[in-house]
Design a protein around this ligand. Structure first.
Ligand SMILES: *Cc1c(COP(=O)(O)O)cnc(C)c1O
Length: 366
């Protein structure tokens, strides 16, 4: 297939490789292992490239777990906020490690782990998330155990813990400080473990991030406590690699120039709507437009963009950062055509790896 009709997500492999090279550098220098967090990005057509630079995958459900085992391979961590009785045997069959969210789930299922490594989620009760919705340390959080007595009660049955508390944290000093807090509050426990996963949310592939300082901090942590460190980068793995390509269908002047495109923020970039953020749109030139989606939702608006020339019907617009928490959330709202998935190869050619039809819209319901 050649370049598809818009809308389509376009993954740029050379940009993806640049992120992967940063991950590889971090792994080499720190000794930490890096697992792709599939809840952020699960577009398996590019796993061939990612596999050479990462150690495997981590998951938040049975289906993600199975996808990681089938399509990525290498090391596969299984985590879920709550496993069901009917899932546990299959989960264990796909996993190298299974991480329980609560002492209750550990008690219930550890006997079924069949010899694979088991862990527990530790919630340090602080985080870097600015959004209540995504804050694992929010009041009454259900994500992990923090009580030392409850953690102690698990120690004879676990070999590690997973601590996910960062969220797009680009501030190394804050990371360093919070890791120090974890060491002082939970050091006794860490000392008795074989591995510690520090979760995702560290924005270490961003421009200007002090990657080597992070690597050295992780190496020191690993050495001090005698643990294998894991990281679970989602957003950091794929940030900046992908665009959503759309075309202008109509131009309206309502006191503001509005360009309606063949896509929808609710259907194709839902995460932005949930967190009330605007899309990353072109910002060069004097001609300003509000870029809006084609659903019936009044607020289906990507944001404001600027162009060198006035827009015309049929013009193509690329919306940046369309990989993380984006492709995994696309949906059929309003029956808007689902974006195809295309890859820009490193020689510049564009290859369509998936397109969606009416039949798939129909078969998503019954
Ligand atoms: C969401 C999540 C990740 C990935 O987070 P990013 O911010 O995308 O890096 C990693 N681990 C766990 C447990 C998660 O819930």
């Amino acid at each position: 297939m050649t370049q598809p009709q818009t809308p389509f997500y376009l993954i740029d492999k050379s940009l993806l490789r640049a992120n992967m090279e940063k991950i590889a550098r971090l792994r080499d220098r720190s000794g930490a292992r890096a697992l792709l967090a599939l809840k952020c990005f699960a577009t398996w057509s590019v796993f061939d490239l990612m596999r050479d630079y990462m150690d495997g995958t981590t998951s938040s459900s049975l289906y993600e777990l199975r996808l990681g085992a089938e399509e990525f391979g290498k090391e596969t961590h299984a985590y879920s906020v709550a496993w069901a009785d009917h899932e546990i045997d299959e989960a264990v069959s796909h996993a190298d490690k299974i991480i329980f969210n609560s002492l209750g789930q550990l008690d219930r299922f550890v006997g079924k782990a069949g010899g694979i490594a088991t862990g527990l989620r530790l919630n340090p009760r602080f985080s870097t998330s600015g959004f209540d919705l995504a804050d694992p340390a929010r009041p009454f959080s259900r994500l992990g155990e923090w009580d030392i007595a409850r953690l102690d009660a698990a120690m004879d049955r676990i070999s590690g813990v997973m601590i996910h508390y960062n969220c797009e944290n680009a501030d190394f000093d804050l990371f360093d400080h919070q890791l120090g807090r974890i060491e002082s509050e939970f050091g006794d426990i860490l000392q008795r473990l074989d591995w510690v996963s520090l979760g995702g949310g560290i924005h270490f592939t961003g421009d200007g991030y002090p990657l080597d300082r992070l690597a050295d901090r992780l190496a020191a942590f690993s050495q001090k406590h005698g643990v294998q460190v894991y990281l679970e980068p989602g957003e950091a793995s794929i940030t900046g690699t992908t665009t959503l390509q759309v075309s202008v269908l109509d131009l309206i002047d309502n006191g503001k120039q509005v360009a309606i495109v063949d896509s929808s923020i609710e259907a194709h970039m839902l995460d932005l709507l949930i967190y009330r953020e605007t899309a990353k749109l072109p910002q060069d030139g004097p001609h300003e437009y509000q870029i809006a989606g084609k659903t019936c939702l009044a607020g289906d608006i990507f944001g404001d963009a600027r162009f060198a020339r006035p827009l015309k019907i049929g013009d193509r617009i690329g919306i940046a950062d369309a990989a993380g928490y984006t492709m995994v959330k696309k949906n059929w709202f309003n029956g808007v055509a689902m974006p195809a998935i295309a890859i820009r190869e490193e020689d510049g050619t564009i290859r369509t790896v998936r397109s969606f039809s009416y039949d798939e819209y129909k078969s998503s319901l019954s």
